[in-house]
Design a protein around this ligand. Structure first.
Ligand code: ATP
Ligand code: ATP
Ligand code: MG
Ligand code: MG
Ligand code: MG
Ligand code: MG
Ligand code: MG
Length: 280
């Protein structure tokens, strides 16, 4: 491309390469969804259609961006985890974050009619913000995922009790808020059970656990050993090449795997132990 006297402006662009060899989490969140959910009369506390739409958009993001190993969604937010070896856009933060946000938003709007056929989208259209956070260790990353899933549980128990007090208990929102102020989880469970005969454990898993999007492979049976990818193990060059080819094959197989949505616990070790490829 020809140089021009204007070319110097390029130097104003700041580098924003994300630290190498760290797990990248891009979290997106709906802008003003409190209002947005009221506009389209989302069912409270949980509108299943809205969650299914979020999940559909996230599946599309994983399809479009194979570097993402797992994603987790609750309410109007989704966290996308890029493998620590990810080299997409040379790990430029703004390119990664903006691509995730716009891909997600595009699919959210594209699929809206499937889930809300009776309510066409009108201006202002839904939009999402996004940020990237880096986690240097698997423990940090797992703690991040656990943090979001615990948040899901705490919020859902609160919201379920809050809306039951209103919808079935005839309370005003302010009354319900007051009734719940300072209550522990056990007390909320008790309110639901003794006053409304609702066993919180029987609520749908998607509401209690949130949504995990990942590529579907055969699960590893608990107890069977899985060879860890140990960079320091004493392997011959040939062995290393062999396992590299195997790794490459595995990667390709996984890239083709079906993308599924699950609503299970990922705080306990079992989830990660049965899916060793996720963090290897
Ligand atoms: P901000 O722009 O700062 O994110 P916000 O209004 O989106 O503001 P959030 O803290 O992100 O605030 O909360 C999202 C809100 O959207 C929830 O509090 C809830 O009222 C609503 N919401 C999102 N998803 C659903 C759903 N599936 N069913 C019912 N309500 C939902
Ligand atoms: P990257 O993902 O790196 O941005 P890219 O293929 O989008 O890759 P760009 O440098 O952004 O590359 O160039 C955009 C290209 O899109 C142009 O080179 C041109 O071929 C095409 N293009 C964009 N807008 C138009 C248009 N209005 N008419 C014709 N071609 C267009
Ligand atoms: Mg927010
Ligand atoms: Mg929001
Ligand atoms: Mg939110
Ligand atoms: Mg372009
Ligand atoms: Mg361009």
């Amino acid at each position: 491309m020809a140089n021009s006297k204007y070319e110097y402006v390029k130097a104003f662009e700041q580098p924003d390469i994300l630290l190498p060899n760290t797990w990248i989490v891009v979290r997106i969140d709906g802008r003003g969804f409190h209002k947005f959910s009221a506009k389209y009369a989302f069912e409270k506390p949980n509108d299943r259609r809205a969650l299914d739409l979020m999940n559909m958009a996230s599946k599309a993001v994983l399809t479009d961006l194979p570097d993402i190993v797992i994603a987790y969604g609750i309410s109007d937010e989704y966290s996308f985890v890029f493998h620590k070896t990810c080299a997409l856009f040379e790990r430029r933060e703004s390119k990664i974050v903006s691509t995730v946000v716009s891909t997600f938003t595009a699919h959210y709007i594209y699929h809206w009619n499937t889930f809300f056929p009776e309510q066409p989208l009108t201006l202002p259209l839904p939009s999402f913000d996004g940020r990237a956070v880096l986690y240097p260790t698997i423990q940090n990353l797992r703690d991040y995922m656990s943090w979001r899933q615990v948040d899901c549980h705490i919020n859902n128990l609160y919201n379920t009790t809050f809306w039951t007090l209103i919808q079935q208990g005839g309370m005003e929102p302010q009354e319900a808020e007051k009734a719940l102020a300072g209550t522990l989880a056990a007390e909320k469970n008790e309110i639901l059970f003794s006053r409304f005969n609702i066993n919180y454990n029987n609520e749908a898993e998607i509401y209690k656990k949130g949504s995990i999007v990942l590529r579907d492979y055969e699960l590893v049976e608990p107890g069977t050993s899985h060879e860890p990818l140990d960079e320091n193990s004493a392997k011959t060059v040939e062995e290393q090449q062999l396992s590299k080819t195997q790794e490459e094959k595995d990667r390709k197989r996984r890239a083709k795997a079906r993308i599924t949505v699950q609503h299970v616990d990922m705080i306990k070790d079992e989830f990660w132990e049965r899916r060793p490829w996720l963090l290897s």
